[in-house]
Design a binder for this molecule. Structure first.
Ligand SMILES: [Zn+2]
Length: 254
């Protein structure tokens, strides 16, 4: 019984350490993710657990092992996992570079070139202004000093440009925004900027200077930067003054 528990604990740990590589390397590609799990876990049960786990759970994860022997075992297993992950990450980086370089040079900036390819490139709907999300659950509660609207939506949801424009910022290290994109628009002669924050790592599809069309895929929802949970933080400025993003969308989005 005790040895079974130890195996279970180690298997659980394998599952939790396997996910970050999965997340960083290529979250959306089931085939590659499966390969990763096969490389890093020899236990079919933990393979299923790992593929269904959410990244949020691994931050809370710890070792179930308690005795020095168990901890040593867990550490050795973890080291083996790290080596396997590094090898796989290198392979994925090489293949993803080859995949993106021919079609979209703007998206292949180092490690940020790995993202799922099964996301619609254009948002539903029509009009000069469109919503940045195909759907969302609800708004976040406003608070003092908060200049945007928070849309509660799951990790990986595609984010689309709200209007035609030019990318003026695209970074993985925004102040509080984490991974974010900012686009400048000319809408009926009025200068409008839209800012999309807390994107998932490696999901930006645009670089500074890129021209984007309304409804064009620019990134995917995450929780980078100062964020408690996955959501899109959207800021709209008109002639450099903040406006209520949701009110603006309700008035303008087609
Ligand atoms: Zn916000």
């Amino acid at each position: 019984m005790r040895s079974f528990l130890t195996v279970a604990a180690v298997a659980g740990m394998v599952a939790t350490v396997a996910i970050p590589a999965f997340a960083a390397a290529d979250r959306g590609d089931a085939a590659q993710a499966r390969t990763l799990q096969q490389v890093s876990a020899d236990d079919a049960q933990s393979l299923v657990v790992a593929s269904e786990g959410s990244p949020a759970t691994l931050e809370r994860g710890g070792y179930s092992a308690t005795t020095p022997e168990e901890i040593e075992k867990a550490k050795a297993k973890e080291a083996a996992e790290k080596a396997a992950k590094a090898a796989l990450a290198a392979r994925l980086a090489a293949s993803s570079k080859a995949r993106t370089s021919s079609s979209d040079s703007s998206s292949s900036s180092g490690s940020s070139s790995s993202f799922s390819s099964d996301v619609p490139l254009v948002s539903p709907g029509s009009g000069t202004v469109r919503r940045p999300l195909a759907h969302f659950d609800n708004f976040g509660r406003p608070y003092a000093g908060h200049k945007g609207t928070d849309y509660m939506v799951g990790r990986g949801e595609p984010i689309y440009a709200v209007a035609d424009g030019t990318v003026v910022a695209s970074s993985e290290s925004g102040p509080g925004w984490g991974v974010y994109v900012k686009i400048a628009h000319n809408i009926g002669g009025v200068r409008v900027t839209s800012l999309y924050a807390h994107m998932n790592w490696g999901t930006r599809r645009v670089s500074v200077g890129d021209t984007v069309s309304v409804g064009q895929l620019i990134g995917q929802v995450g929780d980078t930067g100062r964020a408690n949970g996955t959501h899109l933080h959207l800021e709209i400025r008109i002639n450099n003054g903040y406006t209520n993003a949701e009110s603006w969308l309700q008035a303008n989005a087609g």
